[in-house]
Design a protein around this ligand. Sequence first.
Ligand SMILES: [Zn+2]
Length: 88
Amino acid sequence: MVEFVMPVATGITLVEVVGVEAVLPECQACQKGDLVPLSDFGAHGAPIHYKAWVCTNPNCGFNIKIRNGDVYLNEPIVSGEDHAPRTR
Ligand SMILES: [Zn+2]
């Protein structure tokens, strides 16, 4: 896991702010990857923050997401190679 610390100068004191990557929960399914939050956009362009959490381990693929108030576990992940870009 990449851990980065960003120094932020606040007047005379130097406060270290730990990046969000450092607090990602460990994947409980494989114990190797981290769960990263993914955001999406709604039908009218409204952002849907942290709609899905996905494991960073490609051999694991554990994911959990919420849709219309229901929580979905381990839905199949679409490979980017087969995914045709959306035409507008
Ligand atoms: Zn995992």
